[in-house]
Design a protein around this ligand. Structure first.
Ligand SMILES: *[C@@H]1O[C@H](CO)[C@@H](O)[C@H](O)[C@H]1NC(C)=O
Ligand SMILES: *[C@@H]1O[C@H](CO)[C@@H](O)[C@H](O)[C@H]1NC(C)=O
Ligand SMILES: *[C@@H]1O[C@H](CO)[C@@H](O)[C@H](O)[C@H]1NC(C)=O
Ligand SMILES: *[C@@H]1O[C@H](CO)[C@@H](O)[C@H](O)[C@H]1NC(C)=O
Length: 324
């Protein structure tokens, strides 16, 4: 009996030792030569690289520069053909009147609209609202990073004094007043804010939509990043964040690239904002839900308008006034 127990213990210890030695050998990343000193060096090129796109079409309806006192610049990537999404956002949460802050709303579309009817509709829309920047890229999931770089570049060139930039997808619902209130209270600097992701790993399965090879990204874990559906960049880092995209090889996963790798590169913070919701409202369309919250996503243009009307009713009700 005694003998067997000692044997067991011995075996266990040996196992543990072998395990530790093995672990030291196969520690993630150590087999990649470019990578064992300073992990961030791998992504950082001393020379400029071509990540973005040149030639945003400067049509006659190209939006002009920002006013100096702009508090919140709202930038929304939108597919060319999402006319109704843009219309809904203009009429609801993206409207200047949706908060007491000085805000400005702009959309960023790609190219590639073949149908002539649509072309004309788009031209009319550009002319009427003058709030669309057309970027010279094909609309596709793989080009989202390029669109976001273009958007950042636009802010860098045209809105140098802006306090905050909100990037939002065009299927989001956002309570801008709540967002502005939080920013005024916390006064964040040198940061990207939204839904924080801390433990994401690259998909190495070639069949996956998010497949990333070791050449594209060698580490086994992504840096902490803020989800791409909606996030806030503080105005003080717009230029340095854009500048970093000229040196850090791009990854098609927009939020990991910009809000993870590039953010880390410039030493900006990733801050979680409660009230930013990564999940849809459990399938229910409910404007009241946003009385206290800030964002929610996966909404159709019709949902957005319905919810906006609901929210206005709630905000105007006596109960709500008493709460304030
Ligand atoms: C748009 O990009 C294409 C290459 O992708 C290039 O050939 C073309 O000149 C660009 N257009 C403008 C207006 O810069
Ligand atoms: C453009 O596309 C729309 C929607 O698919 C269609 O109704 C319309 O007939 C098309 N117009 C032309 C000129 O092809
Ligand atoms: C991305 O846009 C470029 C033009 O800038 C185009 O050449 C390329 O085909 C697009 N990529 C995809 C996957 O559509
Ligand atoms: C852009 O980044 C490069 C590389 O880190 C740096 O040398 C340069 O000073 C930066 N420029 C600006 C305007 O931040």
């Amino acid at each position: 009996m005694m003998m067997r127990r000692e044997c067991c213990l011995c075996l266990l210890l040996t196992n543990a030792l072998v395990f530790i030695i093995l672990y030291m050998y196969i520690q993630p990343g150590t087999n990649l030569p470019a990578f064992h000193e300073d992990s961030t060096n791998f992504y950082f090129k001393m020379k400029k690289i071509q990540n973005g796109v040149d030639g945003s079409e400067k049509t006659e309806n190209y939006p002009g520069r920002c006013e100096d006192d702009l508090e919140l610049l709202i930038l929304v990537p939108s597919s060319l053909w999402n006319f109704r999404h843009r219309e809904a956002i203009r009429k609801t949460w993206g409207n200047k009147d949706s908060s007491d802050a000085e805000t400005r709303l702009l959309f960023f579309t790609g190219t590639s609209l073949s149908n002539e009817t649509f072309q004309q509709m788009f031209k009319d829309e550009q002319g009427q609202f003058q709030d669309i920047v057309k970027v010279n890229i094909t609309e596709s999931y793989d080009n989202l990073t390029k669109k976001s770089i273009a958007l950042l570049k636009w802010a860098h060139l045209n809105c140098p004094g802006v306090r905050y930039v909100l990037k939002s997808d065009d299927d989001m619902f956002i309570n801008i007043q709540n967002l502005v209130n939080v920013l005024r209270k916390t006064k964040p600097k040198n940061a990207i804010l939204g839904v924080k992701n801390s433990h994401s790993v690259p998909f190495r399965d070639k069949g996956s939509k998010w497949y990333v090879s070791r050449e594209q990204y060698p580490k086994d874990k992504y840096p902490i990043y803020i989800s791409g559906t909606a996030y806030v960049i503080t105005g003080d880092i717009i230029t340095s964040l854009y500048n970093s995209t000229l040196y850090v090889p791009s990854l098609f996963i927009e939020d990991v690239y910009l809000n993870g790798i590039c953010r880390e590169r410039i030493g900006a913070e990733a801050i979680h904002l409660s009230g930013f919701d990564p999940a849809r409202n459990r399938g229910k369309i409910n404007g009241r839900f946003f009385e206290k919250r800030i964002t929610g996503h996966h909404f159709s243009p019709r949902d957005i308008i319905l919810m906006w009307d609901e929210l206005q009713t709630v905000l105007k009700s006596p109960r709500s006034v008493n709460n304030n």
